[in-house]
Design a protein around this ligand. Structure first.
Ligand code: NAP
Length: 304
């Protein structure tokens, strides 16, 4: 049975891609920075290589014989010594190692609106990685999710709900009318696995069937969590200091200024046909009571 390699199969999206491959009785190897966390459901079902970029030979060896590489590697924001520029270079190293190892195809997870945006280095970095991918001599597909929901280890929607559970008032940045189009993590994984099977060079948005304004989205979370938090609207100049104070109290980065600006600029919205099937509202009516019970710590999880 051929083997596929998935980056981050003990983390968020990668674990659902690995699960979807295992469901099809494929062999899976993951590249991750650390061994499986205790009790991870996929711990005993995959081999593992190191997700590190300084030992190019090691990367090539871990990729040798692989049929498809599913790449989820990225950083959410620059922090300590890590920069988006470095993450672009690391992605390039990974693609070149895959080419050297004879990998047949790469399915790369990007983001909606991955363009050379003048203001947003996250999107610029993602656009640059897509170009690096086009420059290696391997067949490839690009999956561009919007805001991913569901499953273990989701951070943003969990923490928004966590806030609703603890705060009497939630401050909506701006007028709250900007839209987002969430997609289920299983839908992203299914799409990635399907694209791994073809040879077509393709770039496709991974977006769900429902579109919400941010305020509608927050009110739905409030209803399904059974909380009665009040909403007020305030300009970014008010919201940003609040997120920083909260972040300091939690010793975490709750959300960055650029992430908020990107959301207001409707980066998490697509004009393409939805590719995801799971409706956010349906998922939420099943899961709403369970999410946001515990805070999900970005820095502990990804920067420890
Ligand atoms: N989550 C979303 O809502 C969303 C929306 C749109 C696009 N995306 C894109 O989807 C992909 C997967 O995102 P995800 O949220 O599922 O991420 P994730 O699973 O937390 O991490 C993805 C991969 O990046 C590595 N990684 C994460 N933070 C890192 C850091 N600080 N330094 C070095 N490596 C790091 C992880 O390594 P380990 O496995 O070793 O931890 C993992 O292999 C990313 O490319 C992201 O840009 C995500």
């Amino acid at each position: 049975v051929p083997i596929d390699v998935v980056t981050g199969a003990f983390s968020y999206t990668g674990s659902y891609i690995a699960q979807a491959l295992l469901d099809e009785a494929r062999n899976v190897r993951t590249l991750s920075r650390t061994p499986a966390p205790p009790g991870h459901p996929l711990a005993d079902r995959m081999s593992r290589g190191n997700l590190q970029f300084s030992d190019r030979r090691g990367l090539v060896e871990d990729l040798r014989g692989a049929e498809v590489l599913f790449n989820t590697y990225w950083i959410r924001f620059p922090h300590r010594n890590s920069t988006f520029e470095e993450a672009v270079q690391n992605s390039r190293t990974l693609f070149e190692a895959a080419q050297e190892a004879g990998v047949r195809r790469i399915v790369h997870v990007s983001v909606t609106h991955a363009t050379d945006h003048p203001e947003y280095p996250y999107l610029r970095g993602k656009a640059e990685v897509e170009r690096a991918l086009a420059n290696v001599d391997i067949s490839s597909a690009v999956v561009r999710p919007s805001l991913i929901f569901g499953g273990r280890q989701e951070i943003l929607i969990n923490n928004l709900t966590w806030l609703l559970r603890r705060m009497p008032v939630f401050v909506i940045p701006g007028d709250g009318t900007y839209r987002l189009q969430p997609v289920a993590v299983q839908d992203v994984a299914r799409l990635a696995v399907r694209l791994g099977k073809s040879d077509e060079r393709i770039v496709v948005d991974a977006v769900g069937p429902e579109i919400y304004t941010f305020e509608e989205f927050m009110r739905l979370l409030n209803r399904n969590a059974g909380t009665h938090t009040l909403f007020v609207r305030a300009p970014l100049s008010v919201v940003l200091p609040l997120t920083r104070i909260l972040g300091r109290a939690l010793r975490d980065v709750l959300v960055t200024e650029n992430e908020l600006r990107e959301m207001i600029d409707e980066v998490m919205l697509s004009d393409a046909e939805p590719t995801g099937e799971v409706a956010f509202s349906e998922w939420l009516s099943r899961q709403g009571h369970a999410i946001g019970r515990r805070y999900a710590h970005e820095l502990h999880r990804n920067w420890a």
